[in-house]
Design a binder for this molecule. Structure first.
Ligand SMILES: NC(=O)c1ccc[n+]([C@@H]2O[C@H](COP(=O)([O-])OP(=O)(O)OC[C@H]3O[C@@H](n4cnc5c(N)ncnc54)[C@H](O)[C@@H]3O)[C@@H](O)[C@H]2O)c1
Ligand SMILES: O=P(O)(O)OC[C@H](O)CO
Length: 410
């Protein structure tokens, strides 16, 4: 092996910056495998410099570009304030320049922006790169549901796994112990085509990991053998920290789907808490939420989702519990009920530019269920949509519990 992996992270928000910190800590620690510098693509904007002598001595007191601030004081002043970032995490506002020559790309943007961002990447530069999507959400178009790991594969023609877990970013950035799950079933080093042709031919994505409604058509290049092989061992070296415990599974779809659907349930939990109901009610919402997650996987990802991901992995129940206790979706839904305003309004006024993933995921999932004629099978998901659209209130939760018990009756 003569080449080191060049690792980049696309996105620099609350979680993007936290993952960038982890990656840069690990590329420095494993410099035999990875180039030390990690480039982080920043959607650049002007940010205010806080009233802090050390920061103002270096940056002045006028607004500065976020990229300049990150590379000067090694903090993301807007999206992850107060956390020291490694000096080998280099912010770059130029997307093409960031991805050029990358062999491992970590996608960490709010899902609202991923499609347009992918369209701007000239994938000719990335013939054999591997991707990991940390994005929580699903895309719905023409009655088809697409995971972002799938969208990345399709748009860039590179293999993409997924990462998700009980990972509230500021807690991870503060290095409080937690777990995460990586879904990765990338082609092995010694992969051969069914006809025995050599592995530098294009290879086809395993159809088992594609959703039922979406036939596979992506073909992939293998990583040249001059690079260290990308497998679960290498991914652990890249993502694990003493405070960030990584489990790698083959279930890419389950990891991605758990991260998306739990945000709908976290909104429901927030509505419950905002109403002033207690932990018992929230537990009921979590219970029926898990049923609907599993049901969604069974109907539309029957061959690719391993149900154990929802119940045994950090990407499943653990993420749901943490999100329904302290996530932004939970907190925003709670404030919306307390203040008598919409969740969208809370997102605009209270999140300082951070983006909720639960509201758009709920709307996308609702549109999908409607197209598929399956709304009755998902009373909680439909209920959260109806609350967001002002068609009902959390007071109607008892009816949802009734509907769910009729579906589940055995
Ligand atoms: N924050 C968390 O605790 C957390 C934890 C785990 C997973 N996630 C997931 O990580 C993903 C990224 O979330 P985040 O918390 O890093 O983001 P965030 O909520 O902090 O979002 C803000 C980011 O969006 C960028 N942005 C704004 N407009 C843009 C545009 N037009 N084009 C491109 N980028 C634009 C901003 O520059 C900023 O980087 C999400 O899918 C989220 O669900 C978040
Ligand atoms: O703050 P939220 O609601 O976007 O959730 C954050 C993470 O997904 C928790 O794992």
């Amino acid at each position: 092996m003569s080449q080191k992996h060049k690792v980049v992270v696309i996105g620099s928000g609350n979680w993007g910056s936290t993952i960038g910190k982890i990656l840069a800590e690990n590329t420095r620690e494993h410099s035999e495998l990875f180039e030390e510098n990690v480039s982080m693509w920043v959607f650049d904007e002007d940010v205010d410099v806080p009233d802090d002598k050390t920061l103002r001595d270096q940056l002045g007191d006028k607004p500065v570009k976020l990229t300049h601030a990150i590379n000067t004081v090694h903090q993301n002043l807007k999206y992850l304030p107060g956390i020291k970032l490694p000096v080998n995490l280099i912010a770059n506002p130029d997307l093409q320049d960031t991805v050029k020559g990358a062999s491992i790309l970590v996608f960490n943007l709010p899902h609202q922006f991923i499609s347009k961002t992918l369209d701007q990447i000239d994938h000719q530069h990335l013939p054999y790169a591997r991707g990991i999507s940390c994005i929580k959400g699903v895309d719905v178009a023409d009655g088809t549901v697409t995971l972002y790991s799938e969208m990345i594969m399709e748009k860039l023609g590179i293999y993409c796994g997924s990462l998700s877990g009980a990972n509230i970013a500021p807690e991870v950035a503060a290095e409080n112990l937690c777990e995460t799950t990586i879904g990765y079933d990338g082609p092995p080093m010694d992969y051969k085509q069914p006809d025995g042709s050599p592995q530098d031919n294009l290879i086809k994505v395993d159809e088992q990991r594609q959703s039922k409604s979406k036939p596979s058509h992506v073909k992939l290049h293998p990583v040249p053998q001059t690079y260290p092989h990308v497998d679960s061992g290498l991914l652990k070296k890249l993502f694990s920290r003493p405070y960030f415990n990584v489990n790698v599974v083959r279930d890419v779809s389950g990891v991605a789907l758990g991260g998306a659907l739990k945000n709908i349930i976290a909104l429901a939990a927030g509505f419950v808490t905002g109403k002033g109901w207690g932990e018992n009610t929230k537990a009921a919402v979590i219970r029926i939420g898990v049923l609907e997650m599993v049901r969604f996987g069974r109907i539309w990802f029957p061959q690719s989702v391993d149900e154990r991901t929802f119940t045994e992995e950090s990407a499943g129940i653990a993420d749901l519990v943490t999100s329904a206790s302290a996530g932004r979706n939970f907190r925003s839904a709670c404030h919306a009920v307390e203040k008598g305003v919409s969740v969208d309004e809370i997102e605009k006024t209270e999140l300082g530019g951070q983006k909720l993933q639960g509201t758009s995921t709920t709307r996308a999932v609702y549109e999908f269920l409607e197209k598929q004629g399956q709304r009755e099978q998902f009373p909680l998901f439909v209920f959260v949509y109806d609350i967001l659209e002002g068609r009902t209130t959390i007071d109607s939760l008892p009816e949802v519990l009734d509907k769910e018990s009729k579906i589940k009756a055995y």
